[in-house]
Design a protein around this ligand. Structure first.
Ligand code: GLA
Length: 746
């Protein structure tokens, strides 16, 4: 039993394998947060609540004459608003009488032996019917509103999935201004926040900041989770490293606007609250209605960031992703985008596919431009019928020919968008977001369809089904290429306009749910100008997401490094593209590009016809190598062996049973007169013995003999490899990279 209720003390305790979470019903019925951290067995921690007569911290009316209890400093599970807690609230309501207040106190609870699900929103699940749920009901007596707090527990993965639901049991409408998924009040600790910021072509840069007094907020106001901030953050103790120290992750399963607010208060306590956010969110809740928040995944590690990442990787792979490809190795694909952009026809695509099939590539993906009048990004979006000028035998003709090569066939869609120059827009201009009387801002010449509208979703669903029912399609790249603004939902009254963005996300989820249910064999890959909607919500529908439009292997190192804190390798779309790179102009060796792309789902995005015979041989070897190591890279544990700042970056995949590992090293800076480098490995069995096989680029061959002599016939135990490490020379040349295969011999 992971969830324990102590009736006498009115304490709720959630034990996971290594952590304990505790709260209790305190004085006056407030649900107080007591503890979240390393596992503590058999202990009631309510002594931790500190009370004092604090100036300017008001007390409950019913507590008089006692002046020592105030919401202003008591740690709470879900702080209300307007009644004496001046820190960031988790909920803000405008009550029917116009007042801004919510004061939720304990009413009842219920524990059940399965994980809760949320209507219309992604949530963790467990195929083996494991998991437990604690539901605690609170009530704001003055307004007759009930708040249900949900805690879904995956005991073995040290994961707690929180969500809230507001139920209007009154007979009046209430206006929700803010409703977050979870709050964590840390009464003790000196926390730093690790978060992931960026921009298009530079997503998820890891940044660790000390929390100053006041509120530190990260959020998206762009309609999607965004390139600019990822909806997850990690609180770290100042001494937390990859392998030691305390850290606590908070990750939202949501693909729209969000906010994560961390406040260091007057007493040096830290509150973090996260959930829906951003831009003008409001929601009118009618009598009898319920409003569910998205889920927030909390995990705590006292063994550093790496352990925390492993908890998230395992949960996302096993309890969030779904479908036929959830745990399966994904096909090695080639995408024509950077090879042809819009300038292709059947002949060009088939030439790429033929060449690819010969080199061991398993799927041809036809990107943007196959439909409507789409010869550039000005026209055609919304018209999902084939462009016969480019594909005279239609999609079916092309698909058949590609399948005849023994390859799978994938197709690009951008279903939530429309160009004004399209038949769809000409027929239904009112389906796109735009505010009456204003000209909408265009993004890449396109407008956003209001996916909150059933009629729009039904039309898009039909159009996509028409394509999928007529043609054998094995994969869909689901793109989204602008931020959302000029939001106005024509089917909603003016007092409900603040609901449009959330309804949009709910609509997208509904559409994806319908499509993935109807076509369970299709592999979906999410995309938003690369990684602009790279979140755990999307991963419930699309088990992989194109990580970034920046395909430069050296730029990708930091992007993939930041992505790895929450997201598993199997979720990271990564391709080898041309050199010089199209985004940066940088030249990198094919071997280096391959090693970086192998830290993802792996594929190609270039014109294979332009490669030399030598390079083609290397491609053949790479596709073989990816297959050889796929089990290790996709199912093994991932270790960040370095940060982003040194002369090289290194990461490792280690089999969960310690049988083997693959170490990857990419030099970002080569220097003269160097002694060589040392790198300590992780995730091996300390008592097992291993041999090392160096996988070097041909340009590094001159050093191979040196390495072979040093390591030949040498068997090293896990203890040596993890504590003393391996040494290797400073390879010269342009961004050299290599791998080391660590194999257990006994
Ligand atoms: C986005 C994607 C690219 C490509 C283009 C096509 O930018 O991230 O990979 O599909 O759209 O227009």
């Amino acid at each position: 039993m992971a969830i324990i209720y102590d009736e006498k003390a009115q304490t709720f305790t959630i034990h996971t394998r290594l952590t304990t979470y505790q709260m209790h019903v305190g004085r006056f019925g407030v649900l107080e947060h007591l503890y979240y951290g390393r596992r503590i067995d058999d202990c009631n921690l309510d002594y931790l609540i500190r009370q004092s007569d604090v100036g300017f911290s008001p007390n409950f009316y019913e507590s008089a004459p006692d002046r020592t209890y105030s919401l202003d400093f008591v740690p709470q599970e879900y702080p209300g608003c307007g009644v004496g807690d001046f820190r960031v609230p988790s909920i803000e309501l405008v009550q029917a009488d116009g007042s801004f207040a919510a004061d939720f106190r304990y009413e009842s609870h219920n524990i059940c032996q399965k994980l809760y699900q949320i209507p219309g929103l992604p949530a963790i699940y467990d195929e083996n019917e494991g998991g437990e749920t604690l539901k605690i009901c609170l009530k704001d007596a003055a307004s007759d509103l009930r708040l249900e707090l949900y805690y879904g527990v995956l005991e073995e993965k040290d994961m707690i999935a929180r969500a809230a639901c507001l139920v209007n049991i009154s007979n009046q409408t209430v206006s929700i201004q803010k409703i977050h998924s979870a709050c964590l009040d840390f009464a003790f600790g000196d926390w730093e926040m690790l978060h992931f910021y960026g921009r298009h072509c530079m997503e998820r840069m890891a940044e660790r900041v000390k929390l100053a007094h006041g509120v530190t907020a990260i959020e998206s106001r762009r309609g999607t989770s965004s390139h600019q901030h990822n909806p997850g953050a990690i609180l770290c103790a100042p001494d937390a490293t990859e392998t030691s120290g305390e850290c606590c992750g908070l990750l939202l399963l949501y693909s729209g606007e969000f906010a994560i607010e961390a406040e260091c208060d007057q007493m040096d306590q830290v509150r973090v609250t996260l959930g829906l956010g951003g831009n003008d969110f409001t929601w009118q809740l009618e009598p009898g209605e319920r409003f569910y928040t998205p889920q927030a995944l909390l995990s705590f590690s006292d063994r550093g960031l790496e352990h925390l990442s492993h908890n998230y990787h395992d949960t996302i792979r096993h309890n969030i992703c779904r479908g036929a490809y959830k745990l399966a190795r994904r096909p090695i694909l080639i995408n024509n985008w950077e090879a042809t952009y819009f300038d292709f026809d059947e002949e060009k695509i088939l030439a790429i596919a033929k060449q690819a099939a010969e080199l061991g590539i398993e799927m041809m993906v036809l990107d943007d431009g196959w439909f409507g009048a789409r010869d550039g990004d000005e026209a055609g979006l919304g018209d999902w019928s084939v462009n016969y000028a480019k594909l005279p035998h239609g999609l079916s003709g092309l698909s058949e020919k590609i399948h005849a090569l023994g390859m799978k066939f994938g197709l690009w869609f951008e279903p939530e968008m429309v160009n004004e120059d399209s038949d769809l827009y000409r027929a239904h201009p009112d389906w796109a977001f735009q505010i009456p009387g204003r000209k909408p801002a265009r993004g890449r010449f396109q407008l956003v369809l209001d996916m909150g509208r059933k009629q729009v979703r039904e039309y898009i669903f039909e159009q996509i089904c028409k394509v999928l029912d007529q043609t054998k399609i094995d994969y869909i790249k689901w793109d989204f290429n602008r931020s959302i603004c000029d939001v106005y939902a024509r089917d909603l009254p003016k007092e409900r306009q603040g609901e449009a963005r959330h309804r949009f996300v709910l609509g997208v989820y509904e559409l994806l749910e319908q499509l993935t249910a109807r076509y369970p064999e299709i592999l979906f890959e999410g995309c938003s100008g690369g990684g602009g909607r790279f979140d755990a919500g999307m991963l419930h529908y699309t088990p992989q997401i194109w990580c970034s439009d920046d395909t430069d292997a050296i730029e990708r190192l930091a992007i993939q490094h930041g992505t790895s804190f929450f997201y598993p390798i199997s979720a990271v779309g990564a391709h080898i593209s041309a050199s010089p790179n199209h985004q940066t102009g940088r030249k990198t060796p094919l071997n280096t590009r391959g090693i970086v792309a192998m830290a993802g789902t792996f594929g190609y995005e270039l014109d294979l016809g332009k490669l030399s015979d030598c390079e083609k041989m290397l491609v053949r070897e790479q596709t073989h190598r990816f297959g050889q190591f796929a089990d290790l890279t996709q199912n093994g544990k991932y270790f960040r062996l370095t940060g982003t700042q040194g002369d090289f970056m290194a990461w490792e995949f280690a089999a969960k049973d310690g049988e083997s590992a693959l170490v990857n090293v990419v030099f970002t800076h080569v220097r003269a007169n160097e002694l060589g480098k040392c790198l300590r490995l992780r995730g091996l069995n300390p008592d097992a013995h291993y041999t090392l096989e160096w996988i070097l680029d041909p340009q590094m061959e001159q050093r191979k003999a040196e390495l072979d002599t040093k390591y030949e016939n040498r068997i090293l135990n896990g203890e040596a490899l993890m504590n003393a490490g391996i040494v290797f020379p400073m390879f010269g040349g342009v961004y050299p990279a290599f791998q080391v295969w660590i194999k257990k011999v006994r």
